[in-house]
Design a protein around this ligand. Structure first.
Ligand code: BGC
Length: 733
């Protein structure tokens, strides 16, 4: 009895204590959001929804809420800029690991690798004290000329969506928010602030939104960046349809919508159409660098006065603050994010692995690759073999703590081989990173001399490897403008042709983040798509060239033979026609026919198709079988895949769905599943795909929703979009 009283008294005391703590210290993030919000003054609320510097926004010092730090993204953590300007802060401790470009990650078709990428770059962001990493980018590669294709994940919404989800989760496991960008229909750079995109609801929902939708619904992304362009006459950072109705309404996004830097244009729209956090606005104050510049932001003084005068209620403001506080509690105020790590050997290994697994072998005639062991002499040609590429390209430019050039990577991989280098051409020899670094690799020789010297050196080498392509200078793979031509710059077509004429066994390594024309494709023996690979560029490429890594990447976009083959046929489609109001109207009149959907509908054979890529081994596919679940709600398609060669390797098995008797226009087929399967020589594994209603649905504009029509379908199991290996029909009842 006594014992009972004693323990019950203790129990009651404990309960009181717990309750007291619970009352004074709210436990869940939502409770904390409400608690902080209830203590904030109007000025403090306004203070947290716009920038206080180029990359940070203010906290609430009185309540101990720290400031929020953002940074680019997506290929590594950008070096520090000045408080009020884009110029370098000239820090010496802000280098980072440069990871491969997102096109390379997309080319790996590997969800686990995307998770590794996110975790690894998120650790770097955490260590550098960044709360929001501005990436990944998932804008669809609509035109091969878009200057930012390299920062995105290709031409297919399913592929981009599947890979951005693990990237986001990986980043966020560090208590760092991913900021998926640029929402949405931001598919080229020309006139990017003044282009109004006219796109059908169907194309919007089927092509341009799915990756963002997946990022929200499956990735649980904590922030999103509005794009620069307009849609239905409103800028994307404060767009009623895409933000209010779709993002926050239909998808129930609970994170913060952050403006692109300078993407906010109007207080009224920003207040009412869901912008939560304003960055990068160029006010006169900022140009003059006066101290109150940030008060001139659209969501600053003008908003404050609007509330004071009764023009706006505090409801929208509270919603914005809740979202920003939630973002802070998930990141800057999250004690569970770990400490992060920076420039570690583990991160370099991650970058190397991602790089080598995203490289795509496009041609390998006579099995010229992999290089035989310890060749006597290798001639390496081309500017891109020596050019630092982590810098450049604008906002994704990085200060890599180290970057192994392709030439150095090959030297390290082939220590007993004589490796000779010749430039062959000179492209853009002066490389400016984001105002923090400057390389000059100018060669004094004339163009004629460079080619002559390359040809002379080509005669007695065991192998000749030409490393060319694009770079990250303006009008190449670079933000702010698009490429001016689909062909390679700096006369490379002719130079590569001339070298191939004397060395038909030429190995061409293409460095680019976009498709390019390759009129010399038939004249060279091997073609390797090497993207931008970051810190470990040379090592990752050498791993593939020497066969240490068996290539398994597949293209995330088609390479049309000529630009004229692609769906963009008129100026109205691209870059749009400027009206008297200064706004360019850009008609996405090709509708859903983007990338392979277009080429297949027009019977145009691209040079290299979406999903294409070779291996040093070969794979055979058995018969595909389909079995439906008991309730008939889902279907499993399975196919045995065998490694028929003599090397271990991986095959990306793709599943496309074809609607056979739809009442509406449908693409010939659409990607609805993929699995990367690792196989030892002779080994067989059965690859399984789960299909559901979404896999057969199209977006019905009349109904304003997705519809899974009854009817006949075909599941196509393929090694690439133009190489279907097995088919199985099924009925949707
Ligand atoms: C780019 C964004 C970037 C931001 C901050 C903008 O110009 O469009 O992608 O995150 O700058 O650097």
């Amino acid at each position: 009895m006594l014992n009972y009283h004693h323990s019950s008294r203790c129990y009651a005391a404990l309960l009181c204590a717990i309750l007291a703590v619970a009352c004074s210290r709210p436990s869940s993030i939502e409770d904390k959001v409400e608690s902080y919000l209830s203590q904030m003054t109007l000025e403090e609320k306004i203070g947290i929804i716009h920038a206080q510097s180029k990359f940070s926004s203010a906290g609430v010092p009185r309540l101990g809420i720290p400031e929020l730090w953002t940074d680019d993204g997506p290929h590594g953590v950008r070096p520090e800029t000045l408080w009020d300007a884009w110029a370098s802060a000239k820090w010496t401790n802000d280098s980072a690991t440069a990871y491969p470009s997102l096109t390379c990650l997309a080319a790996s078709w590997d969800r686990e690798l995307a998770a590794l990428y996110g975790r690894s770059v998120g650790e770097e962001a955490r260590y550098r004290g960044k709360d929001v990493l501005l990436g990944p980018g998932v804008n669809i590669a609509r035109t091969p000329l878009c200057g930012r294709n390299f920062e995105y994940m290709g031409e297919d919404p399913y592929l981009a969506g599947e890979l951005c989800v693990p990237y986001i989760k990986g980043v966020q496991s560090n208590g760092v928010a991913a900021c998926i960008k640029h929402y949405c229909v931001n598919n080229h750079e020309v006139n990017r602030h003044t282009v109004n995109v006219n796109v059908s609801d169907r194309a919007l929902h089927e092509i341009y939104l799915p990756a963002f939708r997946k990022a929200v619904l499956e990735g649980g992304v904590w922030s999103m960046m509005g794009a620069y362009n307009l849609y239905k006459g409103e800028h994307m950072c404060h767009n009623d349809v895409t933000v209010n109705k779709i993002l926050k309404g239909d998808w129930g996004f609970d994170g913060a919508l952050i403006s692109d830097w300078g993407g906010t244009h109007d207080t009224d729209e920003a207040v009412r159409n869901g912008l939560d956090l304003e960055f990068g606005t160029r006010t006169n104050g900022i140009d003059l660098n006066v101290s109150n510049a940030y008060d001139n932001y659209y969501l600053a003084e003008a908003y404050y006065q609007g509330i004071k005068s009764g023009k706006y209620s505090e409801d929208e403001l509270d919603d914005k603050c809740r979202r920003v506080l939630r973002l802070m509690l998930r990141t800057s105020m999250n004690p569970d994010g770990g400490l992060g790590s920076l420039n570690s050997p583990e991160h370099w290994a991650d970058a190397r692995k991602i790089g080598s697994e995203g490289i795509v072998l496009l041609k390998n005639e006579g099995a010229v690759l992999p290089l035989k062991e310890a060749p006597r002499k290798v001639l390496v040609l081309g500017e891109n073999a020596i050019k630092p590429m982590a810098v450049g390209g604008s906002s994704s430019s990085l200060k890599a703590q180290h970057e192994t050039s392709i030439l150095d990577g090959l030297k390290a991989a082939l220590p007993s081989t004589e490796i000779v280098y010749e430039r062959a051409y000179q492209g853009d020899p002066v490389i400016k990173g984001y105002n923090y670094s400057f390389y000059d690799i100018t060669d004094p020789r004339s163009d004629e001399q460079l080619l002559e010297d390359a040809l002379a050196a080509a005669s007695d080498a065991d192998y000749v490897i030409f490393v060319g392509g694009l770079n990250k200078a303006k009008f190449q793979d670079c933000e702010g403008q698009d490429r001016l031509e689909y062909h390679l710059p700096y006369n490379q077509d002719a130079i590569i042709g001339a070298i191939a004429a004397v060395r038909p066994d030429l190995i061409y390594v293409n460095v680019s983040g976009s498709p390019v024309a390759m009129p010399f494709a038939d004249e060279v023996s091997a073609i390797v798509q090497a993207w931008y690979l970051g810190s470990e560029t040379g090592n990752a490429l050498a791993d593939v060239l020497t066969g240490k890594v068996n290539p398994s990447g597949k293209l995330p976009f088609s390479f049309p033979r000529e630009y004229a083959d692609c769906p963009i046929r008129t100026e109205a489609q691209y870059p749009g026609i400027k009206g008297e109001d200064g706004i360019s109207q850009c008609d996405y009149s090709e509708g859903i026919y983007v990338g392979y959907r277009w080429y297949e509908s027009q019977n145009i054979k691209p040079l290299f198709a979406f999903g294409y890529g070779l291996s040093y081994t070969s794979f055979s596919y058995g018969e595909a079988r389909a079995s439906s679940s008991k309730m008939g709600r889902s279907l499993t398609v399975s196919v045995p895949v065998t490694n028929t060669g003599d090397r271990a390797g991986a095959e990306v098995v793709q599943l496309y769905v074809s609607a056979l008797n739809s009442s509406v226009d449908r693409p010939v087929k659409e990607l609805k599943g993929f699995e990367k399967v690792w196989l030892e020589p002779g080994q067989t594994k059965t690859v399984k795909f789960a299909l559901d209603e979404e896999s057969v649905s199209y977006y019905d504009e009349g109904l304003g929703r997705w519809v899974a029509e009854k009817g006949e379908y075909e599941a196509l199991v393929a090694s690439s979009s133009d190489d279907v290996r097995a088919k199985v029909r099924f009925t949707k009842n």
